[in-house]
Write a protein that binds this ligand. Structure first.
Ligand code: CTP
Length: 405
């Protein structure tokens, strides 16, 4: 049975083009058995109508703080107490700013201040607005107060820009809400998991670098899933656009060498599980230029001398292995055979094989499909969102750890 049956969910909608997608979210929540009430800000009314939202939620829609008729029915404090969860989708930059400041100048911010229920935000805004230091500071404040963040995703935006700030798809917001409201057994309490994520960035000169398209989503989702089951998680992350999952200790690094040294430090305290989800650059500059490199002469060619980076996971396997070492194998052909040889070569217990030639999964995508291999076993979970897959993978790794050897 879904964790949403009979749950009372207050959906807040703020002004943004993504508001039309929230209609589908409300439909999914209602279909799963949740009782949904909707609150609109004034800005949201420019994008969705009260009539539509009333029809999909089956309740009158609220928007005014000082509405005598509505207050006669369920007062705003009662509404704040009624909710098992408040989810704001889309959450605009303006809403995040007002909520982070503790303002109560409309019905939605007032409810967020007055509620004891968990609050989740699915932000949506232009990429520059999302990346603005003011918005990022508000994000940090809200996360530190226990507000849950769902997204945002990165990609093409309604305004034509490309970057982070797109609202997650209704199906993914729905899955995140389902997870939030599911009681999770704390069976990993006492365990320490060290997880690497994202790309590494190898300097060429003071202004250029070598990197790759890894978004970090898979590693971050694994960190969130292990933390939700009670593990203490150290997430060693290359540069990404993602906020650290709540309760996870993130260590920011740039290069492969930094990543290795941060892992060594994290693993001074014995790790139960190490997962190498990072896309580590295989090579770095032999000598990083101390000044910006110049085009020299008329030559159309340029040669850079690269040297091999340390293999982070293979080094750790030899020097200070966690009880269970898990790697990823990003492959474009002969996926299983290459993954199996990496498992052996790098001294791993498990390897998660990923076909990165497919454009519908893997790198920079929201969905993923993998095959998990041990020396003598193989599992293939269905293609699903990275968040759902992460929950499944943490389950598989945990099961593998407890298998009699
Ligand atoms: N890895 C690592 N350090 C590196 C390279 C890779 O720790 N310098 C880890 C990755 O985090 C992943 C696993 O090794 O868990 C496999 O990474 P992948 O890029 O698939 O393999 P490579 O070892 O780079 O091999 P190749 O590029 O030849 O496929």
């Amino acid at each position: 049975m879904s964790s949403l049956v009979n749950k009372q969910i207050l959906v807040g909608i703020t002004g943004g083009i993504a508001a039309y997608k929230t209609i589908e979210l409300i439909r999914l929540l209602s279909k799963a058995g949740a009782d949904v009430q909707v609150v609109l800000t004034d800005g949201a009314k420019a994008f969705v109508t009260e009539m539509t939202l009333q029809a999909v939620s089956g309740h009158p829609v609220r928007s005014s703080l000082l509405d005598p008729a509505a207050e006669l029915g369920m007062g705003h404090i009662e509404l704040a107490k009624w909710a098992d969860l408040i989810v704001i989708a889309p959450a605009s930059a303006d809403f995040m700013a007002r909520y982070a400041q503790g303002m109560a100048n409309d019905l939605l911010t007032t409810l967020c201040l007055a509620t004891d229920a968990p609050v989740a935000l699915a932000p949506a805004m232009n990429q520059a607005m999302w990346q603005h230091p003011a918005t990022q500071a508000n994000l940090t404040t809200l996360i530190s107060r226990g507000v849950h963040m769902i997204g945002p995703a990165a990609g093409a935006q309604a305004c034509g820009d490309v970057g982070p700030g797109r609202m997650e798809e209704p199906q993914d917001i729905y899955a995140a809400i389902d997870t939030l409201l599911s009681p999770v057994a704390q069976d990993l309490a006492g365990q320490h998991w060290v997880i690497t994520a994202g790309p590494t960035m190898e300097a060429i000169d003071p202004v250029r670098y070598i990197s790759n398209h890894s978004s970090g989503k898979m590693g971050y989702a694994l960190a969130a899933a292990a933390q939700a089951r009670g593990a203490r998680v150290t997430l060693i992350s290359g540069p990404t656009q993602l906020a650290a999952p709540q309760g996870v200790q993130r260590v920011d690094i740039k290069s492969a060498e930094d990543m290795l040294s941060a892992c060594r430090t994290a693993m001074l305290e014995q790790a139960d599980v190490f997962i190498g989800a990072a896309a580590v650059a295989d090579f770095r500059m032999k000598d990083v230029a101390s000044q910006k490199m110049k085009k020299s002469g008329d030559s159309n060619e340029m040669q850079l001398t690269l040297v091999k980076n340390p293999d982070v996971i293979a080094t750790l396997s030899q020097e200070q292995a966690a009880k269970c070492m898990v790697g990823f194998a990003a492959e474009t052909q002969d996926v299983i055979a290459y993954a199996q040889s990496k498992l052996e070569r790098k001294g791993l217990d498990l390897i998660i094989a990923n076909d990165v030639s497919r454009t519908d999964i893997g790198f920079n995508n929201d969905e993923n499909q993998v095959t998990v291999l041990s020396k003598d076993q193989q599992w293939t979970p269905p293609k699903e969102s990275k968040a759902a897959l992460a929950v499944e993978l943490v389950g598989l790794i945990t099961q593998y750890q407890t298998q009699p050897s």
